[in-house]
Design a protein around this ligand. Structure first.
Ligand code: HEC
Ligand code: HEC
Ligand code: HEC
Ligand code: HEC
Length: 176
């Protein structure tokens, strides 16, 4: 963008300003109508950027099966019904954005510490079935200590200490 701006000949700038003026005037005219319409029909909520571990199974079946045997997959079962709804436990025992988890209360769509708790939201990656190579932007290929310590820290009421190198091999078997 910087480059483009520099090569626009200066004599074209007044034209650009006039166009900007017309556009601004147009916005002022349609403005009130737009606000009215927005009040009548609030836009539908965009889907969560998280899609859930079930969506990974088709392509990463070995990893999925290994993960499903870990305590991460069942971490929600540690919480009583009251604890699930309290809002103070669910963030580390279920998966999703903070807003999503708040809205879902004691009944999260993605219970337990699922793939995306470590690898980041992967809806775009998992949905792009036809894409070769698949969309990978935003995916964290090798989650490091900082990712784990969001939960494995003294903020956890049951913190037992955390050593990345000793524990990383247990998250799932590597390989496809
Ligand atoms: C339609 C098939 C498909 C689905 C569904 C899928 N993946 Fe993948 N994924 C792939 C392929 C193929 C690769 C390897 C890409 C490569 O090596 O270039 C990959 C690579 C990855 C990687 C490594 C990223 C990297 O930079 O190499 C991660 C992490 C990952 N997937 C996580 C997930 C998660 C989490 C899900 C479910 C939410 C998921 N995938 C669903 C096909 C899929
Ligand atoms: C607790 C965190 C955590 C969870 C949960 C998790 N992963 Fe991983 N995953 C990792 C780490 C850490 C690595 C890098 C491992 C390494 O460097 O040896 C990794 C590596 C991967 C890779 C790259 C493997 C390769 O050969 O390069 C894929 C693909 C992947 N995970 C998919 C998944 C899927 C699918 C799930 C859910 C079924 C999942 N992961 C659950 C932490 C996690
Ligand atoms: C979203 C929160 C969260 C994240 C992120 C997370 N963990 Fe965990 N982890 C937990 C919880 C909760 C438990 C306890 C599960 C239980 O006991 O039911 C756990 C348990 C474990 C265990 C014991 C599992 C077993 O089957 O014995 C290991 C090992 C572990 N985590 C490693 C990791 C590593 C390594 C990472 C980062 C790559 C990581 N965790 C990231 C929440 C998390
Ligand atoms: C900051 C993240 C975090 C929060 C918040 C959190 N937990 Fe956990 N919880 C963990 C982790 C991580 C583990 C695994 C133990 C470890 O290695 O530290 C765990 C383990 C557990 C266990 C197994 C205990 C054990 O000794 O293995 C229970 C039960 C549990 N949590 C209940 C709760 C309850 C109830 C709340 C809310 C009051 C809660 N957790 C809030 C991260 C959290």
């Amino acid at each position: 963008m910087e480059h483009r701006r520099q090569i626009i000949p200066s004599r074209r700038l007044p034209v650009a300003r006039r166009i900007a003026g017309i556009v601004t005037a147009g916005l002022l005219v349609v403005g009130p109508f737009r606000i009215t319409r927005a009040q009548e029909a609030p836009p539908a909520q965009p889907p969560s950027p998280y899609i859930g571990a079930d969506a990974c199974k088709a392509c990463h079946s070995g990893i999925y099966d290994a993960w499903a045997k870990t305590k991460h997959a069942r971490a929600i079962t540690r919480l009583s019904a009251d604890d699930r709804g309290s809002g103070s436990c669910i963030g580390c025992h279920a998966t999703g954005t903070p807003d999503q988890l708040r809205q879902e209360g004691g009944n999260p769509s993605f219970p337990g510490v699922q793939c995306e708790a470590c690898h980041g939201p992967a809806r775009a990656h998992a949905a792009a079935e036809a894409a070769t190579p698949p969309v990978k932007s935003g995916l964290n290929k090798q989650p490091q200590t900082g990712v784990c310590e969001r939960c494995h820290s003294s903020k956890s009421p049951h913190f037992q200490g955390f050593v990345y190198r000793a524990m990383v091999g247990l998250v799932h078997a590597t390989g496809k």
